[in-house]
Design a binder for this molecule. Structure first.
Ligand SMILES: Cc1cc2nc3c(=O)[nH]c(=O)nc-3n(C[C@H](O)[C@H](O)[C@H](O)COP(=O)(O)OP(=O)(O)OC[C@H]3O[C@@H](n4cnc5c(N)ncnc54)[C@H](O)[C@@H]3O)c2cc1C
Length: 536
């Protein structure tokens, strides 16, 4: 049994934890990170990253089918699940070791244990005690406890992403983004898929009109999307499972070979003994002030999915919060998160995205705005890639032309949304289209332009708006990253730039030259990816 004292103890090794640990260490602090899982957290090992490997292949297969007889004449490609999972493992398997090495190179001490508090700033790790000047809770989220009989028969998203073989009949419990993404992949891999959603509308955090189009596309793919189906129990019967559900008084039972938990995630804080540390929390996570500091124990901060912050439980948010915690620890409480303009994506084919407000929320806030909404299924941009259903909706404030919300369903929507994110983030910039009103060319990223509405003085070369104009110009062309245009960390941070890294538009291209880049090491790359808040 030993007792070690460090400046900061970070619980977790995911996006939030990494974004806190590295800057603190670089500033000369002694840092310890602790995780009972292999190092890397959900996104790298069990979430966004592996999922997108599956999505890319499923997308390709779907595209090849859609284009049959339209210039593509190879017999339709098929998706080989075992090959796909092997391919995915080439991305995930090296991650823990890479993280181990990065932490070691940076001089961050590591422990593989489940930690819990022993006092206000001390945690127990196995037999040992760590005492910190500060403790950062970055323990993420885990699958919510549903309280259902037979719940132990559910397959988690982590297990789904690592299945050696894909069963024939799959039921998803819950109709959120993970259910839809996995359902699309599974259906394209040949499974019979049902999504059972308790409420009357799936994907509740996305625009209802576009969700209807996506549900239609999903049904045409063969996915049964059933709403108002509250799952009540899961039961094993021989070699298969029975899923019992209820619609009002009506009972339903479906047979399945695999039943996947897609009914929500909850902050993983219940085994931390937060009471011992005097850290207040609720079911949404650790209660923090605007600086992400515990409201009841000033030595403790929290970031990522474990925190009740009002931000989406997404990787870019976790990374941003982790970075803010680091800066507040190092510089004193000065930095606060900005959650505006953070996009959220459903990686289906086509992808469904949102940034900013839903119509309902904008109305509830009493905002006056114009809605531009169109079903673009008959547009050339959709027809030429043979997608059945696409559309968009933008909310533009009357009088200011401010973009309040943008919602897209269509090819490359997960990229295009970043332009809207930038416009929302830099709220003095309105977005328009050449020769048309907002939205007429919404699926044409290359022809998209951002118009800056700024005072004349701002327009002078080198004037206050110069840096922003540079960012705007860069953001207005999707090809900028490929042209090797580079931004300094300061520029990126000033804009609070939010970019997806899908479709090869990775953060590395939007970074300063390697020689001037203090984050060009492997650990730096991991950290930078989170620090600049890539939306994923
Ligand atoms: C299937 C899936 C797909 C997703 N897709 C996307 C996406 O496309 N885009 C996106 O932005 N987000 C996505 N997310 C969400 C994203 O992964 C999370 O928001 C993000 O990883 C949260 O980061 P974090 O650092 O807060 O926590 P995590 O990355 O979860 O890290 C927390 C770590 O803490 C460890 N830990 C927990 N308790 C303890 C303890 N007591 N002691 C020691 N260690 C502990 C855990 O083992 C874990 O490794 C997805 C999530 C899932 C599950």
């Amino acid at each position: 049994m030993t007792t070690t004292t460090v400046d900061v103890i970070v619980l977790g090794t995911g996006s939030a934890a990494q974004s806190t640990a590295y800057p603190c260490r670089e500033a000369g602090w002694s840092v310890a990170v602790i995780d009972y899982h292999p190092f890397g957290g959900t996104c790298q090992l069990r979430g966004c990253d592996p999922k997108k490997v599956l999505v890319s292949v499923s997308d390709l297969v779907d595209w090849s089918h859609r284009m049959q007889g339209k210039g593509v004449s190879a017999p339709g490609l098929s998706l080989s699940w075992p090959d796909l999972i092997r391919f995915k493992r080439t991305f995930t398997d090296p991650v823990p070791e890479q993280n181990e090495q990065s932490f070691a190179q940076a001089g961050i001490s590591t422990r593989h244990e489940r930690a819990h508090f022993m006092g206000r700033t001390s945690v127990q790790v196995g037999e040992d005690t760590l005492v910190g000047r500060h403790v950062v809770i970055a323990t993420g989220a885990c699958h919510a406890d549903l309280g259902l009989p037979g719940e132990e028969l559910l397959t988690t998203s982590t297990q789904f992403l690592d299945l050696d073989a894909l069963p024939r009949r799959i039921v998803f419990v819950g109709g959120g983004y993970i259910a839809f993404e996995f359902a699309h992949i599974a259906a394209r891999a040949g499974a019979q898929v049902q999504v059972l959603h308790r409420g009357s509308r799936p994907l509740e955090k996305f625009d209802p009109d576009l969700v209807s189009l996506l549900v239609q596309a999903s049904r045409e793919l063969g996915i049964e999307v059933l709403v108002n189906r509250a799952v009540t129990a899961i039961e094993r019967q021989g070699d298969h499972l029975l899923v019992h559900a209820r619609t009002g008084a009506q009972e339903h039972t479906v047979e399945a070979d695999l039943v996947v938990h897609a009914a929500g995630r909850a902050p993983e804080i219940d085994k931390l003994d937060l009471e011992v540390a005097g850290v207040a929390y609720g079911k949404e996570g650790v209660y923090v002030n605007e600086y992400l500091q515990s409201v009841t124990n000033p030595a403790v901060y929290a970031a990522g999915d474990a925190v009740a912050s009002g931000g989406f439980p997404l990787t870019p948010v976790a990374g941003m919060q982790g970075d803010i915690v680091a800066r507040n620890l190092l510089e004193g409480n000065r930095h606060t998160p900005n959650y505006s303009g953070i996009p959220s994506v459903v990686f289906t084919t086509p992808p469904l995205v949102r940034v900013g407000l839903l119509e309902e929320a904008a109305r509830a806030q009493g905002l006056r705005f114009t809605t531009h909404h169109e079903d673009t299924s008959s547009w050339d941009s959709t027809l030429r890639v043979a997608l059945p259903h696409t559309g968009f909706k933008t909310l533009v404030e009357e009088g200011t032309d401010r973009i309040l919300g943008a919602h897209l369903l269509g090819p490359h929507a997960e990229e295009v949304i970043n332009l809207f994110a930038l416009a929302i983030r830099l709220s003095d910039i309105a977005i328009g289209m050449i020769g048309g009103y907002v939205g007429t060319k919404v699926m044409e990223p290359v022809s998209m332009k951002l118009y800056e509405l700024e005072p004349e003085a701002d327009r002078q070369p080198g004037g206050p708006g110069a840096e922003r104009r540079l960012l705007t110009r860069i953001a207005s062309r999707k090809t900028a990253a490929l042209l090797g245009l580079r931004l300094t960390d300061k520029q990126v941070e000033r804009a609070g730039l939010v970019f997806h890294y899908g479709l090869g538009m990775s953060g590395t291209r939007l970074s300063p030259p390697a020689s001037a880049d203090p984050t060009s090491s492997a650990c730096g790359r991991a950290r930078r990816r989170h620090r600049v808040s890539w939306a994923q």
